[in-house]
Design a protein around this ligand. Structure first.
Ligand code: NAD
Length: 354
């Protein structure tokens, strides 16, 4: 299959590219702008494979995107390119509106113009998968799960921009009959995760004996999914998902942030013992504004209708992740150089530039 993956030099996109090329033998065009969050080193494992191509381009650049689609003639587009870091959206929302809203609009329009030129058989087989987040649903209380019917209620500029892009994607299915499918996923973790996100930040700060910053009291709950499970889910949703529908993706692994940090400390105590336990480095910092209390996904539809199941639970996945960071300094060391290892979403400490 010929597949365009946008954002394929990022965390989840690179897992998708590696899965499609290495496990499925697909022909992949990786379209990525290479922002601070994208690096070609994340797809080093496929870079010499026949059938893999990388093009540095912006999803907002309509002429470039249209040309790439026309030349490559994809049977499927998997749209992952986005500004993805909530903290950065608080101090600089514009890039999020540009890439997540206007970029998704541009991808949908270019895909539609191309789709209109296909034969009826090709039209029917074509799929556009729009990849999104459970953060569009807002925050949960102590009980309940996000389902595909949960009303949208985003809190941050990031989740609001993703919500807007989801509505565009569904409108393109309803209005133009485009074969679009949408996925909304819980928090991912695993190899090649940019070092400013919670889990890699804690692993690398623990390794460097630096403070381990935890927002507020650390009681916010996230539902963690191992990134390679997500990559498989996205392939299955693009292949078998019903047009115009949404599929929630989650690993049924709810954890309080502080418990995630403590688990990493325990693994580090075993794998890199120090005089003091690593948990002595935990430091509570001022909470992120608008910090959602709890996210948890009901992935029943994806599991029962499309037959996907997560292979990793949190304990197996987090151990693999910690070991991966310890063994792959070549990947994260250059990315850490520009980054202090603190949390970013603190309005009081940074000048907001919206
Ligand atoms: P990431 O920040 O690691 O990677 C994003 C990639 O998109 C980078 O390679 C970047 O260079 C590229 N990009 C950014 N702006 C671009 C532009 N204008 N044109 C082309 N490329 C551009 O993000 P991620 O964590 O891999 O997330 C991928 C997708 O999955 C996003 O749409 C995100 O909203 C969604 N998602 C992420 C999570 C998560 O836990 N990380 C959970 C659910 C959904």
């Amino acid at each position: 299959m010929r597949i365009i993956v946008t954002g394929g030099a990022g965390f989840i996109g690179s897992a998708v590219v590696r899965h499609l090329v290495l496990n499925k033998g697909d022909e992949v065009l990786n379209l990525d702008k290479l922002t601070y969050a994208g690096t070609e080193t994340s797809v080093r494992a496929v870079s010499n494979r026949e059938g893999y191509r990388f093009v540095q381009a912006d999803v907002c650049d309509r002429a470039a995107v249209a040309q790439l689609i026309e030349n490559f003639r994809p049977e499927r587009i998997m749209h992952l390119a986005a500004e993805s870091h909530v903290d950065r959206s608080i101090t600089g929302a514009k890039d999020f509106i540009d890439t997540n809203v206007m970029g998704t609009f541009t991808m949908l329009e270019c895909a539609r113009q191309y789709w209109l030129t296909l034969s009826s058989k090709e039209k029917e087989a074509f799929r556009f998968l729009h990849v999104s987040t459970d953060e569009v649903y807002g925050s949960l209380g102590d009980e309940g799960l996000f389902t595909e019917q949960t009303p949208y209620d985003p809190s941050s500029p990031y989740s609001a921009s993703k919500a807007a892009s989801d509505h565009l994607a569904k409108a393109w299915a309803r209005t133009y009959g485009m074969p679009v499918v949408v996925s909304n996923c819980s928090n991912n973790y695993g190899p090649y995760h940019f070092p400013e996100k919670l889990i890699p930040l804690i692993i690398l700060n623990a390794l460097g004996q630096k403070p381990l910053p935890v927002y507020g009291s650390g009681t916010n709950i996230r539902d963690w999914l191992y990134v390679e499970d997500h990559a498989r889910a996205l392939d299955i949703i693009a292949e078998r998902g019903k047009i115009g529908e949404t599929y929630n993706v989650g690993g049924r692994n709810e954890r309080r942030n502080i418990d995630v940090v403590i688990r990493i400390c325990e693994l580090m105590d075993r794998l890199r013992p120090q005089a003091q336990p690593h948990s002595s480095l935990i430091t509570y910092v001022t909470d992120r504004p608008g910090h959602d209390a709890r996210y948890a996904i009901d992935a029943n539809k994806l599991e029962t209708e499309l037959g996907w199941k997560a292979e990793e639970n949190f304990d197996t996945g987090i151990e693999k992740t910690v070991r991966w960071y310890l063994e792959n300094e070549w990947w994260w060391s250059p990315l850490r150089q520009d980054y202090s290892g603190s949390r970013l979403g603190l309005l009081s400490e940074k000048k907001a530039s919206v």
